[in-house]
Design a binder for this molecule. Structure first.
Ligand SMILES: Nc1ncnc2c1ncn2[C@@H]1O[C@H](COP(=O)(O)OP(=O)(O)OP(=O)(O)O)[C@@H](O)[C@H]1O
Ligand SMILES: [Mg+2]
Length: 284
């Protein structure tokens, strides 16, 4: 296992253009991660960024449902050597590329030898093709979820104003910062009743983080509770396309604008570097 990890690191160390990998995650489930991941990915496409959406929610992979798309193959097929990466990438609206993780993502840990090498090499091409890879993850601090979150150099943690969601967000933020202090971590408050309520949530979280973790998360913005989102979801349409002038669509565009406009301090690891980290986490 050790030799293999070494060989992998060499493959990954080759200098090249790297995509920014942003994991969208949360402590508590059902707070709006999938909606945010899909719509942020689309908002970035509208800003002429080349974006891939990678759904690694091992439980209920549902980014495809929000987009009304049914991928027939997933990353599991690539990992098992049954399909190439190209064959499993589906084109969504605005040129967004969708890659479904499916339950096969956990198989990553079982990859070895030439198959692992082929997989990592195929990711090389993707680095050149995408500016951003947005990851829609599951909730919580289970190892399968955390492997993806901790491997990403940028993380968006989503919470709602609900006390249990805030408590779970705190627990998750503490783990992320503890285990990957270099990560650029940002907070989105979803389903707020007002901008003030959202800001109060961010302040509350940060005062506890400051006291116990000596660190603050960067508050990047809020999305209000809005009926258009539920309507769009039931129509299997992303809100950004179904209701472009809804408040939530404007908030999502604003957050995407901050992400796209920011100079990233940390050198992005790229898709290859990301997967090799996921592999390291999953195979210990
Ligand atoms: N700002 C909002 N206003 C109103 N409803 C919302 C908002 N954001 C999300 N929702 C609703 O909340 C539900 C859950 O959203 P979503 O599936 O994106 O959450 P999730 O965090 O991905 O859930 P899971 O943890 O199960 O993956 C959806 O049915 C959606 O309609
Ligand atoms: Mg989800």
């Amino acid at each position: 296992m050790k030799d293999q990890a070494e060989g992998l690191r060499k493959l990954v160390a080759k200098k090249e253009r790297a995509s920014r990998i942003i994991a969208v995650t949360s402590g508590k489930g059902g707070v709006g991660k999938t909606n945010i991941a899909v719509n942020l990915a689309l908002a970035l496409c509208q800003m002429n960024q080349r974006v891939a959406l990678l759904d690694v929610d091992l439980g209920l992979a549902n980014a495809d449902i929000v987009l009304g798309i049914t991928p027939t193959a997933n990353l599991g097929h690539v990992i098992r050597g049954e399909k190439t990466l190209r064959e499993v990438i589906v084109e969504g609206p605005l040129g967004l590329k969708i890659l479904s993780g499916g339950s096969g993502v956990a198989d990553l840990a079982n990859l070895n030898g030439w198959r692992l090498e082929v997989f990592i090499k195929s990711l090389e091409q993707l680095n050149r093709e995408f500016d951003f890879v947005i990851l829609d993850t599951g909730a919580g601090i289970h190892r399968n979820v955390l492997s993806f979150v901790l491997a990403a150099s940028e993380v968006l943690v989503v919470t709602t104003p609900e006390p249990t969601a805030i408590t779970d967000a705190y627990g998750l933020l503490k783990v992320i910062h503890g285990q990957n202090p270099q990560a650029k971590v940002r907070l989105v408050v979803n389903m707020a009743k007002s901008p003030n309520e959202a800001e109060a949530v961010a302040d509350k979280l940060n005062s506890v983080l400051l006291e116990y973790v000596k660190w603050e998360v960067e508050y990047i913005g809020y999305i209000l509770q809005e009926s258009q989102i539920a309507k769009a979801v039931s129509d299997q349409q992303p809100v950004l396309l179904a209701f472009p002038s809804a408040m939530s669509s404007r908030s999502l565009k604003r957050i995407a604008g901050v992400l796209a406009g920011e100079k990233v301090q940390i050198a992005p690891l790229g898709i290859k570097g990301f997967f090799s980290k996921v592999y390291d986490f999953l195979s210990v």
